[in-house]
Design a protein around this ligand. Structure first.
Ligand SMILES: [Zn+2]
Length: 211
């Protein structure tokens, strides 16, 4: 598939179509990138690379919603118990890998990817409270869990969600299943790990990935 990332004539609607093709900048000034960027192995359909105005409005709203969830400041201490592997499978993407599109460097990959068949159970990596459960343009079905003091985990591209916002979950509790929703070409978990709005590399705190 050929990615359509070259500039093209503006056909009306939101006057910033190209900026939003890859929503990898934080809408809030002075913050780190929100990290909605996904890795090069996510090869999106053209309609998802160049969203129409309605999709752009949706993407903007979703970015704000995600930023708010990740900024949650709670006194929980679930993070102190450590983290479990959220899914079995194989590593298909690592944190910080650089994407090159049409010869231009883009935002690095702000997650850790585990590929496994659709329906593979997804588990909460630690206990906490679900601060976001939605169906996003790029991330597909997504869940964010607050583990306290700004530590949170994100699970994207799910085929099914088994939790709702505000729900308390235990470490290892099933929260859904791996899928291929959002901007992907194959089923996998995009696992995000962050301290407030700063993405961190989850791999050092997770057990080894096994199939
Ligand atoms: Zn990913």
């Amino acid at each position: 598939m050929r990615l359509r990332l070259q500039p093209r004539p503006w056909r009306g609607g939101d006057p910033r179509p190209h900026r939003a093709e890859w929503p990898d900048r934080d809408p809030a000034p002075g913050r780190r990138p929100a990290g909605l960027a996904d890795p090069a192995h996510h090869r999106p359909a053209p309609a998802q690379v160049t969203p129409d105005p309605e999709a752009l409005r949706r993407i903007t709203a979703e970015r704000a919603r995600l930023a708010a969830a990740r900024a949650t400041d709670s006194p929980r201490t679930d993070f102190a118990a450590g983290f479990l592997l959220p899914a079995h499978g194989r590593i298909s993407g690592v944190f910080g890998s650089q994407r090159i599109l049409n010869g231009e460097p883009r935002q690095p990959h702000f997650g850790f990817d585990i590929a496994a068949p659709t329906g593979t159970p997804l588990l909460a990596a630690a206990g906490g409270v679900v601060t976001l459960a939605g169906d996003f343009f790029f991330f597909g079905r997504i869940v964010v869990i607050d583990h306290g003091h700004g530590v949170n985990t994100l699970y994207a591209h799910m085929s099914a969600q088994g939790v709702t916002e505000g729900q308390q979950v235990a470490a290892g509790q099933r929260i859904g299943a791996i899928g291929a929703t959002g901007r992907v070409t194959g089923p996998h978990l995009h696992f995000g790990f962050s301290w407030y709005t700063t993405w961190l590399d989850a791999q050092p705190v997770l057990p080894p990935v096994t199939g």
